[in-house]
Design a binder for this molecule. Structure first.
Ligand SMILES: [Zn+2]
Length: 557
C-alpha cells in the first residue's frame, strides 16, 4: 500500500528537473514530493483527507530563490528607518527625515537610507553634516541607496568624538574639508566608525525577518541567501534567525554569509573561525550560515569610484592618475581565505564589480584549488558588472557560480549617460552585466537582486528583466540586448541554480520526488506570456515543506 498524500495538485507543472521537465500532477506527503507525473498515476495516493487542488491554467513551479538579498538589514530598514529614495532634492530629503524624526519622538537616533550620492544634489564633495542642520538635535545617520556610504549630522559625529583628529581608515574614505574636519560623509570602510548607531537587537531582527518573509512568500520566494548576516557587526541577526527557526516561525529557507574584512581592527582569519562557531550555534532546519562573504572591491560610479578595474576609469582625474579603483583584499589573503573557508566547510561568496577584482578572485580561487584539491563548495561571485570575456570560461573551469543581478539590468538613460559612461567609457558601459555569456560558457548562473538596493525585489521582476533587459515599452532603457536570456534560463537561475549555489540542490530547487515540497502556483504561464507581463503575474499560492505558507484566496483551504 502506497502512502496517502496530504495534498495532490493538478495543473501545468514546470518541474525544473531535466529528467521530467513537465508533469500534470504532484502529490505531497510529510513535507516532501512523493509523486510527480500524470493524473492517473496520482490517483493511488488519494486518501479521504487529501486536499485536492486543480489549476486549469497558469503554471506551477519550484519555490523561487534569491541568490543575494540583504533581508535582515532590509527588514530593519523597512521597520525602523526612513527611506528617502523618492526624494529628488535636498529639501525633499530634509523634510522626509524631519517627518520621520517627529513621528518617532522616543527614538534616540534617526536612521535613514536611500539618498543618491550624486553631484547634482550635493556638489562634488558629497553630502555634508551642515545640510542636515535644523532637523533634530539627535544623531542622524542616512545611508546612500547602494549602502556604500553614510551621511551624518554634527550630533552623530560629536557623540562619538569623531573630529579632525580621527585618523583616516585604509579601506574607506572620511571626506574632510580644507581644515581637515570630517564633513559628515563616510564611505566604504569608514562607515564602520558609525556602527554604534546602526546596530539592532535580536528582537528587532526577528520582527524584521518576519516582515520580509511575509512580503516575499506572497511573491513566491522560498529560498534566500542573506550575504551579510553580520551587517551591523553583531551576531544578532543570525541569532534571530536561529530563534525563529526553533520557534517554527521560519517558513522560508534562509542561508546566510558572514562577511569578513581585511582592514584595520579586523583579524581576517579569526573572523572565519568565529563564523564557524556561530554556524554551529545557529544551524537548524531552515537556517544555515554556510557562506563566508568577502568584498574584493567597491562600486562605481563614485567620487572616486572604488570598484577595481583592469584599466583606469575614464574621468579626467582617474585618467591623469591612472586610477583603477581599490582592491580590498591582497591576493595572498584571498587565497588563504578560500583555503581556510573550505577547511571549515564554508562556501565563499565574493563581491566583485570590476573586471580586475574578478580576475584577482579567480587567480586566488585557482591557487586555493591547487592546494586543497577538488571540492564541492560552489564558491560564487556576485554583481559581475564589468567582466573580462576571458574570465567567463575560467569561471566555468573553476566551477564558480555567477550570481548575476538581472534586477539591475534596466538603466535609465539619464543615469547611464550622465553617471556611468563618464567613468567607464562607452564600450565598457555598454558591455556591463553579462548573463547569456555565462550560460553559453557552461557557468552555473543564479539570479539575485541585492535587496534592498533593489526594492521591491520580487523574483518575477528579476525574471522579466533578465529576459527583456529593459522596462516594458521603454526601449530607451535597453542595455546589452545580446545578453538577453530565455524565460527557461531565468526560471533555472531563480530556482534550481540558487539551490545549487547554496549547496542544497539535493533537497530543494526542483519539483522532484524526494525533495522538500516547495512550490509556487502562478496565475499565468510565464513561459508563454508576453515578456512584459512576467512581472505582473499574480502569485496564487506558495508552499514550503508541504505547507501552504501563502494563499491569495484562502477560501478553498
Ligand atoms: Zn549586496
Amino acid at each position: 500500500m502506497d502512502v496517502t498524500a496530504d495534498k495532490i495538485i493538478y495543473g501545468n507543472i514546470h518541474t525544473v528537473d531535466k529528467d521530467r521537465p513537465k508533469a500534470s500532477a504532484v502529490a505531497v506527503a510529510d513535507g516532501k514530493f512523493i509523486y510527480v507525473g500524470d493524473e492517473t498515476g496520482a490517483e493511488k495516493y488519494m486518501g479521504e483527507d487529501t486536499q485536492v487542488l486543480r489549476y486549469e491554467s497558469g503554471i506551477i513551479m519550484p519555490g523561487l530563490g534569491e541568490g543575494h538579498g540583504h533581508i535582515a538589514p532590509g527588514g530593519t530598514e523597512a521597520l525602523f528607518m526612513v527611506n528617502v529614495f523618492t526624494g529628488r532634492s535636498l529639501d525633499e530629503y530634509r523634510s522626509m527625515i524631519k517627518k520621520h524624526a517627529q513621528a518617532h519622538p522616543n527614538w534616540d537616533v534617526i536612521l535613514g537610507t536611500g539618498f543618491l550620492p550624486i553631484p547634482d544634489l550635493f556638489g562634488e564633495d558629497g553630502p555634508t553634516a551642515d545640510m542636515l542642520e535644523g532637523i533634530t538635535d539627535k544623531p542622524v545617520v542616512i545611508s546612500d541607496i547602494g549602502h556604500h556610504s553614510y551621511w551624518v549630522n554634527h550630533a552623530a559625529m560629536d557623540r562619538l568624538g569623531i573630529n579632525r583628529d580621527t585618523p583616516d581608515v585604509r579601506d574607506g574614505i572620511i571626506v574632510r574639508d580644507a581644515q581637515g574636519d570630517p564633513t559628515g560623509y563616510f564611505r566604504e570602510g569608514a562607515m564602520d566608525l558609525l556602527k554604534e548607531y546602526t546596530t539592532y537587537t535580536v528582537d528587532q531582527y526577528k520582527e524584521a525577518i518576519l516582515h520580509y518573509q511575509e512580503e516575499y512568500l506572497a511573491h513566491g520566494e522560498t529560498l534566500v541567501l542573506d550575504p551579510i548576516i553580520n551587517w551591523d557587526n553583531t551576531d544578532n541577526a543570525a541569532i534571530a534567525c536561529h530563534e525563529l527557526d526553533l520557534e517554527g516561525k521560519l517558513k522560508m529557507h534562509i542561508y546566510a554569509a558572514y562577511q569578513i574584512f581585511r582592514a584595520e581592527g579586523h583579524d581576517t582569519m579569526a573572523e572565519i573561525e568565529h563564523a564557524a562557531k556561530l554556524r554551529e550555534k545557529t544551524r537548524g532546519r531552515m537556517f544555515d550560515l554556510s557562506n563566508i562573504k568577502i568584498q574584493v572591491d567597491g562600486v562605481f560610479p563614485g567620487n572616486p569610484s572604488t570598484a577595481y578595474m583592469k584599466e583606469p576609469y575614464t574621468d579626467t582625474w582617474s585618467k591623469k592618475n591612472h586610477y583603477c579603483g581599490q582592491l580590498r583584499f591582497d591576493p595572498e589573503t584571498l587565497t588563504a581565505v578560500f583555503k581556510r573557508s573550505h577547511e571549515l566547510g564554508f562556501t565563499v561568496h565574493v563581491h566583485a564589480i570590476g573586471d580586475g577584482a574578478l580576475s584577482v578572485t579567480l587567480d586566488a580561487a585557482g591557487k586555493a584549488l591547487e592546494i586543497t584539491g577538488p571540492h564541492e563548495y560552489r564558491d560564487a561571485v556576485t554583481h559581475l558588472q564589468v567582466v573580462d570575456p576571458a574570465d567567463v570560461p575560467r569561471m566555468a573551469g573553476l566551477g564558480i557560480v555567477a550570481v548575476t543581478d538581472p534586477h539591475w539590468f534596466t538603466m535609465e538613460n539619464e543615469f547611464f549617460y550622465d553617471m556611468v559612461v563618464p567613468v567607464l567609457g562607452e564600450e565598457r558601459a555598454e558591455a556591463q552585466m553579462p548573463m547569456k555569456s555565462f550560460f553559453d560558457a557552461g557557468v552555473v548562473v543564479s539570479s539575485a537582486s541585492d535587496y534592498p538596493v533593489e526594492n521591491p525585489a520580487y523574483p518575477l521582476i528579476g525574471m522579466q528583466k533578465g529576459v527583456m533587459r529593459q522596462f516594458p515599452g521603454r526601449p530607451d532603457t535597453l542595455h546589452g540586448a545580446d545578453e538577453r536570456v530565455t524565460i527557461e534560463q531565468m526560471i533555472n537561475a531563480t530556482t534550481l541554480n540558487v539551490a545549487y549555489q547554496l549547496l542544497c540542490d539535493d533537497r530543494l530547487g526542483s519539483i522532484t520526488v524526494g525533495k522538500e515540497a516547495d512550490l509556487v502556483v502562478l496565475e499565468q504561464d510565464i513561459t508563454g506570456c508576453e515578456p512584459e507581463h512576467i512581472a505582473d503575474t499574480k502569485v496564487l499560492r506558495t508552499m514550503t515543506g508541504g505547507e501552504w505558507v501563502y494563499a491569495a484566496d484562502q477560501s478553498d483551504d
